[in-house]
Design a protein around this ligand. Structure first.
Ligand code: FPP
Length: 257
C-alpha cells in the first residue's frame, strides 16, 4: 500500500531529485509507438504492446516518487481515423491490460481514473474501466488518469454544452460564466492542472491534449520513443522541471524556489 512520507522523501532524494520541488501532476503524450515498431520492421501494434509495458513501469515509478497524479494520453478522439486493425488492437490491448493489472494496482494503492467520452468506447472496455475506477477510489496512492477517447476540444465542447443546459434549465445565468465555472465542468475538475507535460518522440505540438489544463504547464520533449522511455528518463524530465522558474504570467516569480 502507500509508502510512508519519509520513505517517499528518501526515494526522491535517492533519485537525485529535490523533494521540495516535485511536480504534483505529470501528464504524458506517449508518442512514437508506431515509429518504434516500423523502424524494427514490426507491426505498429507491437509498438503499442511495448508501450503498455513502459506505461506500467512509469505508473509505479510515479507512485514511488509520491506524485499525486499521472495523466497519460492513451487514445485520442482523432485516433479512430487509424486502420480498423490498429483501433481494434488498441481497444483489446487496453481491455486486457486493465484485466491483467487491476489486482496489482489495488495492492499498490493506485487509484484509476478515466477522462474522455467513455460512452463511445466498446462496452467491455467501458465496464472494465468503470469497475477499476469503482474498486480503487478509496485508495491512498497515485491517481492514474487514463485519457481515452479524449480530445481537448471535445472536453471544452462537453463543458460548454453542460453549462448551456444548466442555463436553459434556469440553474445558471450568463453572469455565472467564468474560468472557475468552465473548469468545474471539465472531465476531472478535482485534479490539479499538470505541472509538467512530457511528450516523447520529439514532436513539438500538443495534439489536442489537455488544452485548458496545460495553460501554465512546463513542457518537456524528449526524442526517445515511448517504448524506450523508462523511469530514468522520467527522473531526467522532473530534474529539468526542477530547474525551471515558473512565472504564471507575472514578471518574476520564483515559484519553485
Ligand atoms: C501514440 O503513438 C500512441 C498511441 C496512440 C497509443 C498509446 C497507447 C499505449 C501506450 C498503450 C496503452 C495501454 C494501456 C493499458 C492504457 P503513435 O502510434 O502515434 O506513434 P507514431 O507517431 O510513431 O506512429
Amino acid at each position: 500500500m502507500e509508502c510512508a512520507a519519509g520513505d517517499v522523501t528518501a526515494y526522491i532524494t535517492s533519485r537525485g531529485l529535490d523533494p521540495a520541488k516535485m511536480p504534483a501532476h505529470v501528464a504524458i503524450i506517449m508518442d512514437g509507438n508506431g515509429r518504434w515498431a516500423t523502424s524494427r520492421g514490426k507491426n505498429r501494434l507491437l509498438g503499442h504492446t511495448q508501450g503498455y509495458h513502459t506505461l506500467k513501469q512509469i505508473v509505479y515509478e510515479s507512485n514511488r516518487l509520491g506524485l499525486s497524479c499521472l495523466t497519460v494520453y492513451a487514445f485520442s478522439t482523432e485516433n479512430w481515423r487509424r486502420s480498423g486493425d490498429e483501433v481494434g488492437g488498441l481497444m483489446t490491448l487496453m481491455l486486457e491490460a486493465m484485466r491483467a493489472e487491476i489486482e496489482e494496482l489495488i495492492q499498490t494503492g493506485i487509484r484509476v481514473r478515466v477522462s474522455g467520452r467513455l460512452a463511445e468506447l466498446p462496452q467491455d472496455l467501458r465496464e472494465e474501466l468503470q469497475a477499476a475506477h469503482h474498486r480503487t477510489q478509496h485508495l491512498p496512492g497515485l491517481i492514474f488518469n487514463l485519457a481515452i477517447n479524449y480530445g481537448g476540444r471535445a472536453e471544452v465542447v462537453d463543458a460548454v454544452t453542460a453549462i448551456c443546459r444548466k442555463v436553459a434549465e434556469g440553474k445558471l445565468t450568463e453572469n455565472d460564466v467564468n474560468e472557475d465555472l468552465i473548469h468545474a465542468h471539465l472531465y476531472s475538475p478535482d485534479l490539479p492542472d499538470p505541472d509538467l507535460l512530457i511528450r516523447t518522440a520529439g514532436e513539438l505540438r500538443l495534439s489536442n491534449f489537455l488544452l485548458w489544463e496545460t495553460a501554465y504547464s512546463e513542457i518537456y520533449v524528449t526524442p526517445v520513443c515511448w517504448p524506450d522511455f523508462d523511469p530514468d528518463t522520467l527522473v531526467l524530465a522532473i530534474s529539468d522541471f526542477q530547474r525551471r522558474t515558473r512565472k504564471f504570467g507575472t514578471v518574476v516569480e520564483e515559484a519553485l524556489s
